[in-house]
Design a binder for this molecule. Structure first.
Ligand SMILES: [Zn+2]
Length: 162
């Protein structure tokens, strides 16, 4: 199954997701920007990050540079998945993203914390895929799953389990 997006459709779908998040989750701002600007905005971002959500300011950033429309939408859905997860209080969201814990994956000391982070990411990917259906974005699983699995593999490799 393929999924084609014109720039018009991309803009429409993007706005639909953003306005849904503003209305239902009080998200303040969603910004699409190039990697250097994304990096400048955060001391918590690593070279693999395609997006980030800041719970304290309720802002979402999505890396746009060199990425296809569908990749940007998948990142947006994933970050929205984090928003939903925190809002549902699905589990203690303080493992990686809070200021007090770890600014870098390499600082995570215990295997339990590594597993908590993996769980947090999986839940966000799953919530993102639910939104994909609910909002009729309809990115097929075979495309969403490529990003999902790729991101999880990168994460798990970077965690250095002992
Ligand atoms: Zn994530």
């Amino acid at each position: 199954m393929s999924y084609r997006l014109s720039s018009k459709k991309f803009a429409r779908v993007k706005e639909k997701i953003i306005s849904y998040m503003k209305i239902n989750y009080n998200i303040k701002k969603v910004t699409f920007l190039d990697y250097d600007s994304l990096k400048k905005d955060s001391d918590r971002i690593d070279s693999e990050s395609d997006g980030i959500y800041y719970p304290d300011t309720r802002k979402i950033y999505v890396r746009a540079e060199d990425r296809s429309y569908v990749e940007q939408l998948i990142t947006l859905l994933h970050e929205c998945g984090h928003v939903v997860t925190i809002s549902n209080n699905a589990h203690n969201y303080h493992i990686y993203y809070s200021n007090s814990f770890a600014k870098d994956i390499k600082e995570i000391k215990s295997n339990n914390s590594r597993i908590d982070l993996i769980r947090e990411e999986i839940v966000a990917w799953e919530e993102g895929f639910k939104l994909n259906k609910e909002l009729r974005v309809n990115i097929p699983w075979n495309i969403y799953g490529v990003e999902y699995r790729g991101s999880m593999i990168t994460l798990i490799e970077s965690l250095n389990f002992k």
